[in-house]
Design a protein around this ligand. Sequence first.
Ligand SMILES: NC(=O)c1ccc[n+]([C@@H]2O[C@H](COP(=O)([O-])OP(=O)(O)OC[C@H]3O[C@@H](n4cnc5c(N)ncnc54)[C@H](O)[C@@H]3O)[C@@H](O)[C@H]2O)c1
Length: 219
Amino acid sequence: MHISVIGTGYVGLVTGACFAEFGLTVTCMDSDSKRIGKLEKGEVPFYEPGITELVAKGIRDNRLTFTTDIAKAVDEALVIFIAVGTPSRSDGSADLSYVEEVGRGIAKHMTGYKVIATKSTVPVGTGEKLREVIKASQKQPIRFDIVSNPEFLREGSAIEDFLRPNRVVIGADSAEAVAIMKNLYRPLYLLETPIVITDIPTSEMIKYASNAFLATKVS
Ligand SMILES: NC(=O)c1ccc[n+]([C@@H]2O[C@H](COP(=O)([O-])OP(=O)(O)OC[C@H]3O[C@@H](n4cnc5c(N)ncnc54)[C@H](O)[C@@H]3O)[C@@H](O)[C@H]2O)c1
């Protein structure tokens, strides 16, 4: 199966490289052409144990490619992950402008059914908002499903956390999208990783609750 990851920062690159390791064909897209140029040569712009080797392996095996072209990333993939930043505004709210911009880009270029999955950490209700943004930006109505699939990796053990997670959370309201998402994570069945299937707002809340719990523990 072919998937794309939009936003090739920390989470996006780990996601892309690890899905390539699972055997999927992955296109990683980013609007930062310098970053993409380096990644095409196997140069990773941050330190994380194991990532450089995994990226090199993905490139060598022709399972991992990089682009700045969103049209290409949308066209090739059945599942499109959104992994762009969601920085805090001065009032503490999340800035969703990057997520919405990607939503509009996907809408403009899609020509067939897509599963659009948020990996970015987003407030409850963002999935619904994203659905409206995409619908409003489509040239003609094309079927798609929204999925919330939050990332729980920790910097410093990101690869291990992705390849051997404590759980995978999939929030969706379509049986077809759930089946496609479960298929992506099939290698984890051997590890008996719990796969939590829920609705989109609950999945979004699980990530925020988990972050709040961890922050409380650190405090
Ligand atoms: N870093 C972590 O440990 C971690 C863990 C779990 C979840 N998250 C969440 O994942 C999301 C991404 O975090 P990150 O640390 O990877 O961010 P990051 O800043 O490292 O990467 C974001 C990338 O998105 C790209 N981008 C921005 N707008 C774009 C667009 N319109 N099209 C294509 N690319 C675009 C940027 O160029 C950048 O490379 C955030 O919501 C964050 O809260 C982060």
